[in-house]
Design a protein around this ligand. Structure first.
Ligand SMILES: Cc1cc2nc3c(=O)[nH]c(=O)nc-3n(C[C@H](O)[C@H](O)[C@H](O)COP(=O)(O)OP(=O)(O)OC[C@H]3O[C@@H](n4cnc5c(N)ncnc54)[C@H](O)[C@@H]3O)c2cc1C
Length: 484
């Protein structure tokens, strides 16, 4: 069962989990309209693992497991294995036009990276290291889909967790017994939580202060754990009209959710760190998870930006100005942005180094973090290009493309015709563009690209703080200064 089919994934979701939407409980998330499309699209990703065209890219025979596992779970020791991971990320990302940022590969590679650095957890306690390793094996051998919730409620950002007016709101340990930890409180924003199998919790950002110990915990539990409630945001999944009227939001709206833990028991074998701010503050950096998660997220962004670039290109063609100099210049800028993101993963693979502690090959962090820092600038730039090319045409569209076969079809055809393109085909393209640059789904994606890797200012400051080639460049400057 180490590589699941879509059907097996769907069957696993009928587990009595407590998911709330618009004040009502979703009894079966696989059929509940606000999330059914995202569930189907996720199931389709699992099916791709069994498609002969993709099987060898998406999955790999793994001697340590004695069976085939999904590619993100493989601990890489060679450059070929790293490249193969990137190819696997690209296959899944292209299948969703890059629009499902939290597809299962993201957290699966994170779990792999935690297991690869079990020495970090062993320093805390051998039992916790054992729990991390066993959990990784559990997730990989069952090919599970994890969500994650890192952030506490925004509350008063000027105060520490324990100094809030109500310090009981952020998720914390309230009790511990022979079975495990009892946790209570709120976490956000867990994308895909309504239809993931399990949730991994660890707190971010790693800036814990003395007094915040009860909040400093890392653990994972199934989504149907007693006392765990998932509260969904409004769905942007278009459920009316033709698929072509809302080509992306009808398929790929991955729901974000707040998760509430009501006296939840976390068994000891699912506790990876607890009540220790020193370890928590070190974990993000020292487990080296970023190297692997950023490798996945940059590949996913490459697929998404490639999709947007092609869309801008086609829109200039149907508008008849693809060869005009200002459009050529704009498209050239889109190419430059796309190529920079594309290069980050490949550059990181070429510059990968083996960590002597565990003999794992890590892609270069700085090349990858450059992509994460530039994505929030480049993605909105490409979205704005869609707005520029489409102009008012983006809001001249009929409610549904089905109207082209209605009594007003001829008028629509005449009013929407493009350069060498029928009105209907141009409208199809512009509807797709609207889903990216005008719909609620599109707005959520701009917000996602700006935030998914954490607040950008903190990311940039971290890049400067940790930059490993700083000395090289400052030495060069100093040597030059000695010559003048
Ligand atoms: C679509 C989407 C999906 C996401 N999916 C996930 C997910 O699956 N799992 C997950 O764990 N997280 C997820 N996130 C959360 C994401 O990591 C955070 O949104 C991001 O880290 C920013 O944190 P924040 O939302 O608390 O914003 P804030 O940190 O509150 O930032 C908002 C603004 O406040 C400013 N600010 C913050 N603190 C201070 C301060 N002390 N003083 C002055 N200014 C301040 C910031 O600079 C920024 O301008 C998702 C977010 C989005 C938007």
């Amino acid at each position: 069962m180490a590589t699941r089919t879509g059907q097996e994934y769907l069957a696993g979701l009928k587990d009595g989990r407590e998911v709330w939407y618009d004040g009502k409980r979703a009894e079966d998330v696989t059929t509940f309209a606000p999330m059914a499309a995202a569930v189907r699209s996720t199931a389709a990703l699992y099916d791709l693992q069994h498609d002969p065209a993709h099987r060898d890219t998406l999955t790999v025979e793994c001697p340590e497991f004695g069976e085939r596992i999904a590619r993100p779970f493989e601990i890489p020791r060679t450059r070929e294995q790293l490249k193969a991971k990137r190819e696997a990320y690209l296959v899944w990302a292209r299948a969703t036009c890059g629009m499902m940022g939290r597809s299962p590969d993201f957290l699966n590679v994170m779990m792999m990276s935690l297991a690869a650095k079990k020495s970090f957890f062993a320093e805390f306690s051998p039992a916790r290291a054992e729990a991390v390793t066993a959990y990784y094996r559990h997730v990989a051998s069952k090919d599970l889909f994890l969500t994650h919730a890192l952030l506490d409620p925004q509350l008063d950002k000027g105060k520490a967790r324990h100094q809030q007016d109500d310090p009981n709101i952020p998720l914390r340990v309230i009790d511990r017994n022979s079975e495990g930890l009892v946790v209570h409180g709120v976490k956000r924003i867990a994308t895909a939580a309504p239809y993931a199998d399990e949730i991994l919790v660890w707190p971010f950002p790693p800036t814990f202060q003395p007094g915040e110990e009860p909040y400093a915990n890392v653990f994972a539990i199934p989504m149907n754990t007693k006392g765990l409630k998932t509260l969904c945001r409004p769905s942007f999944a278009a459920t009316q009209g033709l698929k072509a009227d809302h080509p992306l939001s009808s398929q790929f709206d991955e729901l974000d959710a707040t998760v509430v833990f009501d006296h939840v028991l976390v068994p000891w074998d699912r506790v990876f760190l607890h009540e220790d701010i020193r370890f928590l503050n070190r974990m993000y950096r020292e487990t080296r998870m970023r190297e692997f998660t950023a490798h996945q997220t940059n590949a996913r962004l490459e697929a998404k930006m490639g999709f947007l670039y092609a869309l801008i290109q086609r829109m200039t063609e149907v508008s008849g100005y693809a060869q005009k100099s200002d459009m050529m210049e704009m498209l050239g800028e889109a190419v430059a942005c796309l190529e920079v993101i594309r290069s980050t993963t490949r550059s990181a693979e070429e510059q990968a180094t083996v960590d002597p502690e565990n003999n794992v090959l890590y892609p270069d962090l700085f090349a990858l973090q450059a992509g994460r820092a530039l994505g929030p600038v480049y993605y909105p730039k490409l979205v704005n290009m869609l707005r520029k090319v489409g102009g008012g045409g983006l809001i001249q569209l009929p409610v549904s493309l089905s109207e082209f076969s209605s009594p007003i079809g001829l008028e629509l055809e005449q009013s929407l015709r493009g350069a060498g393109t029928s009105g209907q085909d141009k409208a199809r393209l512009f509807k797709l563009a609207w889903d990216v640059c005008g719909s609620e789904f599109g707005a959520r994606h701009e917000l996602y690209e700006m935030n998914y890797a954490g607040e950008r200012g903190a990311l940039l400051a971290g890049l400067q703080r940790e930059y490993g080639r700083k000395q090289f460049y400052t030495d060069q400057l100093d040597r030059f200064m000695e010559t003048v």
